[in-house]
Design a protein. Structure first.
Ligand code: GTR
Length: 413
């Protein structure tokens, strides 16, 4: 009896103090597969970080091909764009000697710049022409979708949708703050529907030889972002040491995987990327692993869906994706009404990534308490905000990303 009381007391007293991570069975980012804990940056970089990248590749996003030899064609270069406020470039990137698959990068840089500028790079959903009402933006012939039911705002790659997504791309404000912006239509790289991986870069590289761990569409978009960076680092107008990769929603998932696997990205930003992005899968709120792999089977490698209904068996969770970015600054943005993306799960990933930043001697998020709406956390190298409103990429989100970049890069106007 005494023993029973003692055990009851131990459980009652100790459990509330057990960390949430233990309760949720969250894998320790610093524990090696062979059970030993990482104690130095060197062990992290040479053993644990590659181990985690391997886990995500094998079980979730799939393995991507090595970068091919690219070729570029400058399609336009104007110094007097947007009423003299911008330099505008459009660059076509060919992925192989076979020139059938390519992507166009649209770049705006502040016209008054005196030195190379930091740049935000992200993919867009509706074609480059949708990001700003600028008649000079070229329209791609890749994955054109005239959706009469959903209206022009949802037309992909058409004249009718020119400028319809400018609220997501406040280009004038970005330039005013001294930054450049580069964007690519994700449909140039891999049209977003399940066609058995025949079109886009999958068709070009897989040649039908796929395994259960071959790259899915998120990995393909991430790979496209990395190929855009290959170009940007050659452009002397761009400060190659300050390129941030960002994305909203499914393209936020892609931005995270791109930044986690390519250290040339100096900052990584997830806007409401949710399940399969920044949200902790084990938090089990909003979208589930089962739902995402059923609705979008082409986004991941085929192994991933085998974890549906047994997320505790995953040998990783999404905080480890954020941790792969360390020691570079990483930012996670959520919106109050975006419950499908699970703001709490996104916040918890940011919390649990912190030990890896601490290993480098940096502050991560710096708190375990979710901040109030509209009170961004920018102190450490892991940034976070929760804004009012719905699932979207807004001017408010951009202001926070630029504030965070100003702070960590000591840039800004
Ligand atoms: C939803 C999907 C989310 C998110 C979103 C988007 O339908 O369930 O995971 O990616 O689409 O990309 O807008």
């Amino acid at each position: 009896m005494r023993n029973a009381i003692a055990s009851f007391l131990i459980v009652a007293l100790i459990l509330p103090f057990a960390t949430m991570a233990q309760k949720k069975n969250i894998p320790d980012p610093l524990k090696l597969a062979r059970g030993v804990r990482v104690k130095t940056v060197d062990e992290w970089e040479s053993i644990r970080r590659p181990e985690i990248r391997e886990l995500f590749s094998r079980h979730m996003y799939g393995y991507s091909p090595a970068p091919p030899e690219l070729s570029y064609r400058i399609l336009s270069h104007d110094r007097d764009a947007l009423d003299g406020k911008a330099i505008r470039k459009q660059v076509r990137v060919f992925f192989a000697p076979d020139t059938s698959v390519w992507m166009d990068i649209l770049i705006y840089l502040p016209a008054r710049k005196t030195s190379p500028v930091p740049v935000f790079l992200g993919m867009n959903f509706y074609g480059n022409q949708a990001v700003w009402n600028d008649p000079a933006i070229l329209i791609t012939p890749n994955w054109v979708d005239q959706n009469e039911v959903l209206g022009v705002e949802n037309n992909r790659a058409t004249e009718a949708s020119r400028g319809v997504r400018s609220s997501r791309w406040p280009i004038d404000r970005i330039l005013e703050r001294g930054y450049g912006v580069a964007t690519i239509y994700y449909g140039d790289v891999d049209p977003d529907f399940d066609d058995g991986f025949m079109n886009g870069v999958h068709g070009l590289f897989d040649k039908g030889n796929r395994t259960e761990s071959s790259w899915g569409s998120i990995a393909a978009w991430a790979w496209g972002l990395q190929r855009a960076l290959d170009y940007l680092v050659t452009d002397s107008d761009v400060d190659a040491s300050k390129v941030a990769v960002l994305g909203h929603s499914r393209l936020g998932k892609a931005a995270l995987w791109a930044g986690a696997t390519d250290e040339r990205f100096a900052m990584v930003i997830s806007n409401e990327s949710g399940e399969g992005g920044a949200a902790l899968t084990r938090n089990e709120k909003g979208e589930s692993l089962e739902q995402i792999t059923t609705t979008f089977p082409h986004w991941f490698c085929s192994v991933y869906k085998s974890f549906a209904g047994r997320v505790n068996d995953l040998p990783f969770d999404q905080h480890m994706l954020l941790a792969l970015v360390a020691p570079r600054p990483v930012y996670v943005a959520s919106a109050v009404e975006d419950l499908w993306a699970d703001p709490e799960g996104e916040f918890l990933s940011a919390v649990y990534a912190e030990p890896v930043y601490k290993l480098y001697g940096h502050k991560g998020l710096g708190t375990r308490k979710m901040p109030d709406v509209g009170k961004p956390l920018h102190e450490g190298r892991i940034g976070y905000h929760l804004r009012e409103g719905k699932h979207d990429l807004t001017a408010y989100d951009w202001e926070q990303f630029m504030n965070f970049a100003d702070k960590h890069w000591r840039t800004g106007k």
